[in-house]
Structure formats: structure tokens, C-alpha cells
Design a protein around this ligand. Sequence first.
Ligand code: PLP
Length: 381
Amino acid sequence: MKLRRAPLEDWMRDFYFDTSIDLGSSGVQCWSLAELRDLTGITHHDLDTLWLDDSPSYGGPGLRTALARRFGDGDRERAMATHGSTEAIFLVMNALLSPGDEVVVIDPGYHSLWSIAESIGCRLKHWRLRPEDGFVPDLDALRAQITPRTRMVVVNLPNNPTGATLPADRFDAFLSLVADNGAYLVWDGAFSELTHGAPPLPDPSLSYDRCLSLGTMSKCYGLPGTRVGWCLGAPDLLARFLPLRDALTICLSPLTEFLAERAIVHADRLLAVRAPQTARNLRTLTAWAQEHADLVSWTPPGGGCTAFPAFTGVSDTEELCRTLGRDHDVLLVPGTGFGHPDRVRLGFGGAEAELTEGLDRLGRVLRAQASTRIREGAAAR
Ligand SMILES: Cc1ncc(COP(=O)(O)O)c(C=O)c1O
């Protein structure tokens, strides 16, 4: 298995920990342990009486039950806890794919959703979300890629990085298209519970038995540090993950499983704070984009907390993002790793004051660079 480097992770390694203003991450503002304890009623006694033993292979019964109740049909046999959804993606693809398999992947998309299939030797076909459609998924474009030979369709909606989602009235037709071709559906629902203006879509694993639905504590719930994700699906499919699980992570920590369980049980309390915060941030971003309409073109996202704008006169955003990170203490992610070097992933899930300050700095840099371009253009004439 040969995995290529993930430019997104390289960028995060270089800038995430060394910048104080985050305009690049894809999740909501994270919680401290004290805040989480407050919101979910975890007591010191709960923590003190927790045994730091191994957990069961599929995850502890408490966490699996919480996952099944919130996202599934209540049957915990259909839920497996994973080490982040990163492990879930790895398990699903390595358990179900073989070299030469045809796999349709959403594009742009989070790197491991396509690179793991690629590393297995699968033949990738791209369901492209097009800028001219505001990145909204077009079923005709999927129809043009999917065939009865398609082994797996991999989607992430709402989508990282574009924020685009599937309009509710296309959901059934989408599922039929996948089911009619008999493909596995890997539904990465990292942002499922964070939508703007329309209710979340139903979980497709409830209605399609070849669907594996993935989720994570990292994005909507602000708990990336738990490294807890999950996969919901038919028990016989989950069972196929076990040899890899045994070789890779064996089990999760009962401590982080406990934190995740309580967060899932009380997810509404977490969302009641972070969803309105993200909505306010989206209004701030919209106002900023309007104010900079001569420099910024974008489509407001339908879900999640990332947008994927382009900037006038900037065909490769890497240098701009490097300047912001190095000289202005701002993390912004170039679109290179998502196949759109003319765009940036702009995360707006963070602290409100930080977003305002970050946008202010970004606006000043864009204005300064635009003035330089005009001056240089005039001098050249
Ligand atoms: C769409 C999507 N899926 C999966 C992941 C992996 O997240 P984690 O391993 O933290 O659950 C990410 C992280 O950015 C993501 O954006």
C-alpha cells in the first residue's frame, strides 16, 4: 500500500500549531474538559471511578448505545466506535475494496476519502462538484460516473471544503442511483448536524443496507481531542473490520469513549451553543465577503463550517496562505490539496472575535496585494 502525502495535513503541521488566529480548521470551536463536564454533568466521581482497562473491539456498550440512539435505529450492534473517523475510513475501504475496483469519489473531498482507495489500487472516478453550480451536487454528473461495476460511492455531505450539501429533494434520487447500481455507499456525515437554512438529511444507513455511515466528535461537537469517530452499518459488514482493527488500534480508550458517550447523549446541549455561534460567524463572513465583493467570490455554504472562496487575481493561493501564516499569524488553507489551487478553505467555526480579526487581516492583505498588482500593471504599460 502506497499512500501519497496529504498536502492538507502538511499545511496543518506547518501552521496550525504556530498561528494564533484560525481561519483554516474545519470544525467548531473546541471545548475544554471543564466546559464539557459542565454541559454534560460529568462529575469528578465519574472520572475517578473509571477503570483504564481495554475497551471491547467494537467500542464500549455505553458509547455504541448512545451512537445507535442518536444516529441509528437504536440497535447498538450496528455501531462501531473508531479512533476518529480517520480509522473508520481506513477500515471501511481496506475491508471492502480490492485492487482494480471502481470507486466513485466526491471531488473536492477530504483527502483520505479518495487517497486510501487509490492506495489500494482502485480505479477512481470523480463525482465533481462544479464551481459554476456553487458546488451543489448534480445527480446527472453522478449518473455519468456510476455503473453496475461501481463497487463503492464515497461522499461527504455537507462537504469539506466547499460547505455544499445535497438538496433534500435530491436525497431519494441519490440513494436510488447508488442502490440501483448495487454499490456500497460510504456516507461521511462529519457535518451532518450542522446545516444552514435546511434541516439535516436523514442518515442513509437507516434505509440502505449497503451504506456505511461515518461520523466524528471532531467537527460539529468540538471534541477533536477525544479522537472518537464511528461507523454505522450492517453488523456483518462491521465484522469484516475486525482483523484490521486488531492489527491497527485494537480498541479505544475507555476514558475518551466515556467523554464521547456523554457528549453524544447531550449533543443537543453542545449544539445549542456551537450551532448559533457558527450561524453568527457565517453572517460575519457573508458581510465581510460583501464588503470585499471586488476581491472575493464564493458560494455561501449549506452546511458545515468551511467555505471555499476564490480571490480576484490570485490563481495560486499557496503564497497568500503562506504570507498569512508567516507574517500575520493567521491559518488559512490553500485549495491545492483539494484540487483547486485558486481557492482557499476558510473555516468559520471558531471563536467570534478570532474570526473577525482573521478576516480583517485577510482583507488587508488582499487589498494590499491588489494595489501592488495594479501598480505593477500600470508600471508595465
Ligand atoms: C470530511 C471529513 N471526514 C473525516 C475527517 C477525519 O476526522 P477525524 O479523524 O478527526 O474524525 C475529516 C477531518 O477533517 C473530515 O473533514
